[in-house]
Design a protein around this ligand. Structure first.
Ligand code: ADP
Ligand code: MG
Length: 349
């Protein structure tokens, strides 16, 4: 068992009496990159603020590097936070911005300058040290904010949607750099995002947060292959996983024992096969509403009897025509079974 980098034990937090984190348990191993994933308002930033000490807890305990920090003020917790807005000082140079975190800690000027330079080098912005934030691109500001977090040599990095202000191409590039930086430093990182692709690509493990509760924690592979609930299943993956009442579809093969009772069947667009409507057997009739072609792939938006929507991913070269009748086939091994009431996964381990 690896050493603990950060742990939240039964942590609750509230804003003006309204609880927004409800008994959150979360353990981040030392050197791990944990991504907290969830929609806007789920409580992701609050989790980071609670770890940083910027927000008090109303219950539970927070530990960093094995030390209970619940009662410690932010300056004593040895964490660095990178905000979505970067929060750089416009009137300071890049070098001064990076060194700022050290100077308020009484690090001598020359030593601070040297450490700022080294941090800038690590994240690839050493050529910008004399500039001011106003003269930097979004990606360059992002690097400076990272360098400022780095220079303090914290026990844990807290990154609050640090890539969301970048355009798509740069986000993809910085995402890879951030992962490489993590691996090089062996740092403990908690990275917050609402972007499921970013989470899947970046994370050692993902914690899915919903309405202030942890819905599931697992490796990207586990989150993708064994989503613990309808919420996780549909939040991760685009277009979202199809979800039908069990009665609306007959998948091919032998059903798992859990498939009885009042359940919902989930299956990803890539698990849907389209067959000739005249063919018989498993699956069911469907009507093609519309088709989107994205390069080599096509997404067919279908309606099955009962009015349920189903999305199928097919090769663009084999896409059906809008308005066509087709037959939809899905295989049991590709089907996720969820309890209709609780939304929790019910198939056996
Ligand atoms: P996320 O980062 O996942 O978007 P937040 O942690 O910012 O979510 O917010 C969680 C909940 O707390 C939301 O319902 C939000 O409206 C509320 N909230 C966040 N900050 C404040 C605040 N300063 N005062 C009151 N409510 C807040
Ligand atoms: Mg937030």
């Amino acid at each position: 068992m690896s050493a603990t980098g950060v742990s939240l034990a039964c942590v609750s937090a509230a804003y003006r009496g309204t609880e927004v984190l409800h008994a959150v348990d979360l353990a981040v191993a030392r050197g791990e990159l944990l991504v907290v994933l969830g929609p806007s308002g789920a409580g992701k930033s609050t989790v980071l603020r609670v770890v940083a000490g910027l927000e008090p807890v109303t219950g539970g305990r927070v530990s960093i590097a094995g030390r209970d920090v619940t009662a410690l003020r932010p300056g004593r917790r040895n964490v660095s936070m990178v905000f979505q807005s970067y929060a750089l000082f416009p009137h300071l140079t890049v070098a001064e911005n990076i060194a700022f975190g050290l100077e308020v800690r009484d690090v001598p000027r020359a030593a601070a300058r040297e450490r700022a330079r080294a941090a800038a080098e690590t994240v690839g912005c050493a050529d910008l040290l004399g500039r001011r934030p106003g003269q930097l691109s979004g990606g360059e500001r992002q690097r400076v904010a990272l360098a400022r977090a780095l220079v303090r040599e914290p026990d844990v990095f807290l990154l609050d949607e640090p890539l969301s202000n970048l355009d798509q191409a740069l986000r993809v590039e910085m995402r890879a750099e951030l992962r490489a930086l993590h691996d090089r430093l062996g740092a403990t990182m908690v990275h917050v995002t609402h972007d499921q692709t970013e989470a899947l690509v970046l994370a050692d493990r993902i914690a899915v947060l919903r309405d202030g509760r942890v819905e599931q924690v697992g490796s990207p592979d586990e989150i993708w292959r064994r989503p613990a609930s309808v919420f996780v299943a549909r939040f991760v993956g685009s277009p979202a996983m199809n979800l039908l009442p069990a009665a609306a579809l007959t998948p091919a093969g032998d059903p798992p024992p859990a498939a009885g009772g009042d359940t919902r069947l989930g299956f990803r667009p890539e698990a849907v096969g389209l067959a000739d409507p005249a063919s018989t057997g498993e699956g069911g009739a469907a009507l093609v509403d519309r088709v989107e072609v994205i390069g080599e792939d096509a997404y067919a938006y279908l309606t099955v009897p009962g009015g349920h929507p189903v999305v199928a991913r097919v090769p663009a070269s084999r896409r059906p025509a809008p308005g066509a009748a087709v037959r939809v086939t899905v295989r049991w091994p590709d089907v996720h079974v969820f309890d209709a009431t609780s939304g929790r996964r019910v198939d056996p381990a």
